[in-house]
Write a protein that binds this ligand. Structure first.
Ligand code: ATP
Ligand code: MG
Length: 250
């Protein structure tokens, strides 16, 4: 099987800190890819490099065999690569509907404040589809700032999928959530895997082992191991470096 994403010898330092250090990694389609590793392992930096927020010192990144290493952010976004941030970022004073609408309109370059929403039937239709897919119907006229934390996460997922991206990068999507919220968000993300490539950074091991098909472990900016949850759970090196000496329940 061909990988949809190939990372070759990627490096990025901040001052003396090698955040990503000669990292090579391939990600394969039709599965949920998880990236785990201790705090400061370079996970978010990797997402910043893939999306073009920052540029590597060396190495290459390919998506669907197209090299994107030196492309600007907007060109990478236009290739169908989307991400959610570790810190939630929705427009609090706008409703769920408006947040989705403006995300799609902005992508299409359609932001004309003098033209009523009803003049954009295609956008309306897609917003309604996403609201239904994420079960946000009863909140569509609620300002995002009034939603529960879990529902903000669903809205963010909606904002990520509304443009029908080819790949979505999730950075700790269930961080700080209650078990019930976590379950809802995990099941929505899992259901997206049928329509788009999913890559997820996650600290909660229960979540990772439950949802991931393939796990890559980063430590000090490099790949320590990769494999199925079972393989990672029984990898001695991973246990020692990442989990301490504790047993991991795969
Ligand atoms: N913009 C930056 N400027 C300076 N140092 C940075 C910057 N971004 C990241 N770093 C450093 O690079 C290293 C990797 O950080 P990164 O945020 O990628 O880790 P992470 O694996 O996402 O950690 P966490 O699990 O805590 O989110 C850390 O030592 C961090 O302090
Ligand atoms: Mg991070």
């Amino acid at each position: 099987m061909k990988p949809f994403m190939r990372i070759e010898h990627l490096s990025k330092s901040f001052g003396g800190v090698k955040a990503v250090n000669d990292l090579s990694l391939s990600l394969f389609p039709n599965r949920i890819n998880a990236i785990i590793g201790p705090n400061g392992a370079g996970k978010t930096t990797l997402f910043n490099l893939i999306t073009g927020f920052i540029k590597p010192d060396s190495g290459k990144i390919f998506f669907d065999d197209v090299e994107l290493t030196h492309l600007p952010i907007h060109a990478i976004s236009r290739m169908g690569i989307k991400r959610t941030l570790q810190i939630k970022s929705v427009f609090n004073s706008m409703t769920v509907y408006e947040n989705l609408w403006i995300t799609l309109s902005a992508q299409q370059g359609n932001l004309n404040p003098f033209k009523p929403i009803a003049r954009y039937p295609d956008i309306q239709k897609r917003v309604e589809e996403v609201i239904e897919q994420l079960d946000l119907g009863r909140f569509q006229n609620t300002p995002a700032g009034a939603l529960s934390y879990g529902d903000v996460a669903l809205l963010e997922i909606g904002m990520a999928i509304i443009t029908k991206p080819k790949m979505i990068l999730f950075d700790e999507p269930v961080c700080g959530m209650s078990p019930a919220e976590t379950e809802k968000v995990v099941s929505k993300i899992t259901s997206l895997a049928a329509q788009t490539h999913i890559v997820i950074i996650e600290h909660d091991m229960d979540v990772v082992f439950k949802m991931a098909d393939e796990i890559a472990v980063l430590a000090f900016g490099s790949k320590l191991a990769s494999g199925t949850p079972q393989e990672i759970g029984s990898n001695q090196q991973v246990k020692e470096v990442y989990f301490g000496t504790d047993e991991v329940d795969a």
